[in-house]
Write a protein that binds this ligand. Structure first.
Ligand code: NAD
Length: 435
């Protein structure tokens, strides 16, 4: 029903023939409504997900900014004219792809919805968006704002449901033209297979095991600050989390001491609605069990648990920030995405070894590097296999800047001007001037 509604809306002159500026105006209105209702949206997001209320407020700010950014693009999506010969020339049209099936995860429900809706709507598509089963609510509240903004019926359809049922039905639907997904690499593979039946275009944002490299000439306090943020923010439930910290041998002990001492001063676990809380519970029993299972795996593999590894408080899915050292490249805790406040530290002795370790993963989402050597920073940024690099920082994300991965971390880019590419087709029109 949702796909049918989206198809009807795609063909409806009220949307199809709407001027691009008017389309942008609807998006500006949606952005303004999100801003107006930011307290409500952040409250429901915290209830749904367990993240600190201050983080949820940051997420809503991102929704407002992303929609505004792409609203501005709606009437700036142009084709080209291409001179060929005196007899002929060609021009291109950028057309919407059609009905877009979008599947979002539970770690940033509202922000991920905005990342997907923004470019899709700016290009004139219609959408069926499925929320994650563990966070079904905030997106439903947001759906009311879509209606209030005045989008023609059927342009944006929000559905809830389980991945294997509702998600799979959406991906396999023959009348869906394009699929965008954020979630695990395993599910991304399934989606790719299902989408192949009707050759749908796909964009995937999947998992990661992003490295954070601390070179011998790094500013240690700055590295500690960002290393903490890069893995402990959002309960460690971030696809770009810098979950492998690689430190030069000469600094390793000093870094470890400062990092472990820093954790209790900034990781404040508890009720996510209490001001000052930085870490709430994991999103679900499944994720809580998964993170604690990796603690056992780490111990069994012979790594050293330096701190954490235990639940925090007797009720709720709280997990103490967890740090492992004496980790080797073969260990599962070094190779696999844990998706929790869980980090491994490894030593390196040369730039070559640092690079080999950084790139020795099936993933390639983000990478952070800390050095005061200007040209080394840029050399490394080129050599690291990832979609994003942070120099002397970690996990910066901005709707004006392309976001995405290489290797098994994804296909395509979201955000920035690059994010529009996935939501329009280029049609070439050849013109004969000799008639
Ligand atoms: P998931 O990938 O299974 O779920 C993400 C979304 O995909 C949800 O909306 C879900 O309903 C949907 N989905 C699941 N199976 C589907 C299918 N067969 N067809 C269509 N849609 C389907 O992730 P999860 O099981 O909730 O979490 C498991 C792991 O995934 C986490 O531990 C973490 O490692 C990773 N994860 C990554 C991200 C990210 O941003 N990269 C986000 C969430 C989870």
């Amino acid at each position: 029903m949702a796909v049918k509604a989206a198809r009807a809306a795609f063909n409806n002159p009220a949307w199809r023939d709407l001027s691009s500026t008017a389309r942008g105006d609807l998006m500006f209105k949606l952005s303004a409504l999100a801003e107006q209702h930011s307290h409500l949206l952040a409250t429901v997001e915290t209830w749904d997900n367990g993240k600190a209320f201050s983080s949820a407020q940051g997420d809503v700010d991102e929704v407002v900014g992303t929609l505004k950014y792409y609203a501005g693009f709606a009437d700036k999506i142009h084709g080209q004219t291409i001179e060929t010969s005196p007899a002929k020339f060609a021009y291109t049209l950028r057309e919407p792809v059609g009905v877009c099936g979008q599947i979002i995860p539970w770690n940033y429900p509202l922000a991920m919805a905005a990342w997907k809706l923004g470019p899709a709507l700016a290009c004139g598509n219609t959408v069926v968006l499925k929320a994650a089963e563990s966070t079904p609510l905030s997106i439903l509240v947001f759906a009311n704002l879509i209606k209030e903004a005045g989008f023609p019926p059927g342009v944006i359809n929000i559905i809830n449901g389980h991945g294997r049922e509702a998600g799979a039905a959406l991906i396999q639907h023959p009348d869906v033209d394009k699929v965008a997904f954020t979630g695990s690499t395993a599910t991304g593979r399934e989606i790719m297979k299902m989408a192949s039946q009707t050759l749908k275009t796909i964009t995937l944002e999947t998992g990661g095991k992003s490295p954070l490299l601390v070179f011998a000439d790094a500013d240690l306090d700055n590295a500690v600050y960002w290393a903490h943020k890069g893995i402990m923010a959002n309960q460690g439930q971030i696809c770009t989390a810098t979950s492998r910290i690689l430190v030069h041998d000469s600094l390793f002990d000093a870094f470890l001491d400062r990092f472990v001492a820093y954790i209790p001063t900034v990781s404040r676990l508890g009720d996510p609605f209490v001001p000052g809380t930085t870490q709430g519970p994991q999103v679900s029993q499944a994720q809580y069990d998964r993170v604690l299972a990796y603690v056992q795996i780490g111990k069994q593999e012979g790594a050293r648990l330096v701190c954490g590894g235990e639940p925090f408080m007797s009720s709720g899915y709280f997990i103490q920030p967890t740090v492992f050292t004496e980790v080797t490249e073969e260990m599962r805790i070094y190779r696999e995405e844990v998706f929790g406040p869980f980090v491994v530290l490894v030593r390196f002795t040369s730039d070559e070894e640092a690079l080999r370790l950084a790139n020795g993963t099936e993933y390639g989402l983000g990478a952070a590097l800390f050095t005061s050597h200007l040209s080394k920073a840029h050399r490394m940024a080129r050599a690291i296999q990832s979609g994003m690099v942070w120099i002397n920082s970690s996990n910066d994300s901005d709707y004006r800047v392309p976001f995405g991965g290489v290797k098994q971390s994804g296909i395509g880019r979201e955000l920035g001007e690059a994010g529009l590419a996935a939501y329009s087709n280029i049609k070439a029109v050849h013109v004969n001037l000799r008639v």
